[in-house]
Design a protein around this ligand. Structure first.
Ligand code: UDP
Length: 326
């Protein structure tokens, strides 16, 4: 068993990665400031409450637990907020990561799996998107993630850091066991908002834009189950050193906003009233992954390819007692 320091391990994707690590025989040690993460989501190993910018605390955690690798999820991740509070995003996501890399260097930890995003691509010229598409982020969130990818590449060349960046498309769903799931505050993501409406917690869902260049006019995204993301991280960890710098993690299947709502109606057996509103700034018509490289190099295939199945797991979490207690 090896210990893995999981920054942001109390968050949505990070907590599912901790579960996958534990199932693969590793011990996840969570390092999280609990600003957006939740203590209840830390169930598979110890929690160190600390900030990435606190280098001393990071070093102390590394000295105490002696992890052999890092999975780095800790980041602020809301696009709109990154526009409104740009300096905070750079401080947390970029300066925070540099602080992490310095602590790793001091502790002689030279392996990292980084949680990146398809937002590094900006508005793609071609979909599905391959890893060699141009990276032109269109908001500070995407820029901070791309900046970290650059730092990892440079640290790799300069100091031998073994690294990989996993560029997720839209993370969705929840562990079918129902003990962890998505819980953002405020919630901005489509599927949890739609399920709030199904549960009677919100009156209606707002569809942002119905005049996109897609068959039904609503935006198309690639929703990848969070357990599939978690699994890819564990595989990537075991293959570090043989990998390319970055991989797309998506299903390769595009699903429109209208299709999400229709699928959620079927899963929940409820009406889900909707209203139409204008486009949300910065939303490209279609974002979908070409995940071939991850299939090949990671020998990874998503288990969830049917959006209804993914929504079913999110709905189970949504209705469960654990979310209500959180
Ligand atoms: N969306 C929407 N209504 C909402 C939230 C999101 O129509 O209340 C749309 C959004 O415009 C995008 C898709 O749903 O096309 C997915 O958005 P989300 O915020 O879940 O993820 P993102 O793609 O921004 O990472």
């Amino acid at each position: 068993m090896s210990k893995v320091l999981v920054t942001g391990g109390a968050g949505y994707v990070g907590s599912h990665a901790c579960k996958a690590l534990a199932e693969a025989g590793h011990e996840p040690v969570v390092y999280d400031n609990l600003v957006t993460g939740h203590e209840w989501a830390v169930r598979w190993g110890p929690l160190v409450v600390g900030d990435l910018l606190d280098g001393e605390r990071l070093s102390a955690a590394m000295a105490e637990h002696r992890p052999t690798a890092v999975m780095h999820f800790a980041a602020l991740s809301t696009v709109g907020e990154s526009v409104a509070d740009t300096a905070r995003y750079y401080r947390n996501n970029v300066v925070g990561t540099l602080s992490l890399l310095e602590a790793m260097r001091a502790a002689e930890i030279d392996r990292i799996v980084f949680s990146s995003t398809c937002a590094v691509y900006g508005i793609p010229e071609v979909v599905p998107i391959t890893e060699d598409a141009a990276c032109r982020p269109i908001n500070p969130y995407g820029m901070t993630k791309y900046a970290v990818e650059g730092a990892l590449a440079d640290y790799g060349r300069a100091y031998g850091l073994a690294h990989v960046s996993l560029r997720y498309f839209n993370a969705a769903g929840a562990s079918p066991a129902g003990e962890i799931g998505e819980a953002h505050d405020p919630e901005t993501h489509l599927i949890p908002l739609v399920l709030d409406v199904a549960a009677g917690e919100r009156p209606e869902v707002t569809v942002f834009g119905d005049d996109y260049a897609t068959p039904d006019g609503t935006c198309i995204r690639d929703y990848i189950h969070v357990d599939d993301l978690a699994e890819a991280h564990v595989v990537a960890l075991t293959r570090l050193g043989e990998l390319r710098p970055a991989y797309n993690l998506g299903t390769g299947v595009g699903v429109s906003v209208a299709e999400i709502i229709a699928a959620a109606r079927r899963v929940t057996g409820t009406d889900i009233p909707l209203v139409h509103a204008g486009r949300r700034p910065g939303d490209p018509d279609i974002l979908s992954a070409d995940p071939s490289l991850a299939h090949h190099d990671l020998a990874w295939m998503p288990a969830y390819l049917d959006i209804e199945e993914t929504i079913r797991t999110a709905w189970a979490w949504h209705r469960g007692n654990l979310r209500r207690q959180s």
